[in-house]
Design a protein around this ligand. Structure first.
Ligand code: MN
Length: 156
């Protein structure tokens, strides 16, 4: 009955929480990304889901991927843009982003600001799929998506 996280974990400065480790986003070489950290805020056998806080450093980006599981995201810090499917949107604190199943997605921080967000997921989830050459060609047929994936566009 003593398993599980402490009942109270105060917020600390700089989007850290007491007793929450700041982890690598993914294992090295697993997928291309730049300057992303992960904190698992809630993950327990008593829950069907997990809540994580990701932070992308200025100019950084999460991996471009898709999977069957869904992401429910709330932006908490900074500024940036995200690609969901074929749609690119500027995002800022408290915006909500839903990533449906099997939908390509990537989060990019602005050049001069981090992008921090909460992400809720199923506890059990499939491994992300990375785009192959054909997938990238299809995505980049849209010049706006091609520019986004090159890190070009509003806010860098
Ligand atoms: Mn994902």
């Amino acid at each position: 009955m003593s398993d599980g996280p402490p009942r109270f974990r105060p917020f600390r400065k700089d989007f850290r929480w007491e007793d929450v480790a700041r982890l690598a986003y993914k294992d090295d070489g697993e997928a291309p990304f730049r300057d992303v950290t992960r904190q698992v805020l809630f993950a327990s056998p008593d829950l069907m889901g997990e809540l994580r806080y990701f932070e992308v450093g200025p100019g950084g980006f999460s991996s471009l991927e898709r999977h069957r599981h869904v992401h429910a995201v709330m932006i908490l810090r900074g500024a940036g843009r995200c690609l969901v499917g074929t749609e690119i949107r500027a995002v800022s604190p408290y915006d909500l982003v839903t990533v449906p199943p099997l939908t390509w997605h990537q989060f990019r921080a602005a050049a001069d600001a981090p992008l921090g967000f909460l992400c809720m997921v199923d506890a059990e989830r499939d491994r992300p799929e990375l785009p192959g050459p054909d997938d990238l060609a299809a995505l980049c047929a849209d010049p706006a998506i091609a520019a986004f994936l090159r890190g070009e566009g509003p806010d860098g």
